[in-house]
Design a protein around this ligand. Structure first.
Ligand SMILES: [Zn+2]
Length: 157
């Protein structure tokens, strides 16, 4: 059975700390550290997977593979992505609240008919997303929405 221990995570910046502190040592915010139970065994597992040895390679000898890209409905988005979305990649879309990040993503994924898409929302409810989709005026039968913040649950889904 895995040993369970406590860790404290900052609500503001996500930094972790082995003990509770009134002020986050990373971002300096007060009262943002919240306790979370983590499995010690799981932690060790994560550590050991990080210790994979990689050997230095000459740039000239690295085989450049042409990554297959997923063409997005928005040409502007394709342009900033360098020709489309790279499969397996992680793209961070940043900006002020209300600037249209969610709308941009929803507009695009609702227009992709050739793939089954899972939209994971950590902030908005399914109803909010449905209302947004209605405002955009797009519907899709191959786009699924799940509201979840636990990475473990997201991966299971
Ligand atoms: Zn912090």
């Amino acid at each position: 059975m895995a040993k369970v221990k406590s860790m404290w995570f900052c609500n503001s910046c996500g930094a972790d700390s082995p003990k509770w502190e009134g002020r986050c040592p990373s971002c300096g915010e007060w009262g943002t550290l919240v306790e979370e139970k983590v499995s010690a065994k799981q932690n060790k597992g994560t550590m050991s997977t990080r210790v994979t040895k990689s050997t230095p390679q000459k740039v000239s000898e690295i085989k450049a593979m042409n990554e297959p890209r997923i063409h997005m409905p928005s040409e502007e988005l394709n342009r900033v992505l360098g020709g489309g979305l790279v499969a397996g990649s992680l793209v961070l879309i940043g900006g002020e609240p209300g600037i249209g990040k969610s709308t941009l993503v929803l507009q695009n994924i609702l227009s992709i008919k050739s793939k089954t898409i899972l939209y994971v929302s950590g902030e908005e409810s399914a109803t909010q997303l449905k209302l947004r989709a209605d405002r955009i005026g797009r519907q899709s039968d191959n786009c699924y929405i799940v509201c979840e913040t636990s990475l473990e649950n997201i991966l299971t889904t």
